[in-house]
Design a protein around this ligand. Structure first.
Ligand SMILES: [Fe+2]
Ligand SMILES: [Fe+2]
Length: 177
């Protein structure tokens, strides 16, 4: 089987493989959102935003930047600790949250802000607990943003973020048992 180029409808990033991955390696969206790159709709991020959705995207950007900064801190602490599992987890979560911030900026038509340094614990399990709480708050906010959105694309986008952050929540739940 030959490899092909795919593209994720949630973050816009391309992927090369024989088939779509189960989850986008960049934003974490499920396979159903990953399409053949030939079928890409160039207007995917051009949405006539209602005032409510614009404000909710701005709030989502703050959440994502805050969570990315927290995960970057947790990643660095795990690295200093030599905890390879926590390093892998927090590194990946940092990249995924930064990708969500990038996608939000595409809708808002703004440049992505710089990541400012975040605070965290020195302990990986403690950071997993805080990660759980952060994901829980994000899920609550995005579920509300999804319900408030009148644009089908915004409803879809916030709905997928709820699914992705729920996956993250479950990882933290497993690591704090
Ligand atoms: Fe993606
Ligand atoms: Fe996120």
């Amino acid at each position: 089987m030959r490899v092909r180029v795919f593209r994720c409808r949630i973050c816009g990033d391309p992927y090369i493989g024989e088939s779509p991955p189960t989850h986008c390696p960049f934003c974490g969206a499920q396979a159903q959102y990953i399409i053949d790159a030939h079928d890409w709709d160039s207007g995917e991020f051009d949405v006539e935003l209602s005032e409510v959705s614009r404000q909710n995207l701005e709030a989502a950007l703050d959440l994502e930047m805050g969570n990315a900064a927290f995960y970057a801190c947790a990643r660095d602490k795990a690295a200093a600790d030599g905890d390879e599992y926590m390093l892998a987890k927090f590194k990946c979560l940092m990249k995924v949250e930064a990708e969500h911030a990038s996608a939000i900026c595409k809708f808002l038509k703004i440049d992505k802000p710089e990541l400012s340094p975040g605070a965290c614990s020195a302990d990986g399990v403690e950071n997993s607990r805080e990660g759980y709480e952060r994901e829980d708050r994000a899920i609550g906010a995005y579920a509300r943003f999804r319900d408030e959105a009148t644009e089908p694309r915004m409803k879809e986008f916030f709905g997928v973020l709820v699914e992705i952050e729920t996956d993250h929540l479950e990882i933290h739940a497993d690591d704090t048992k």
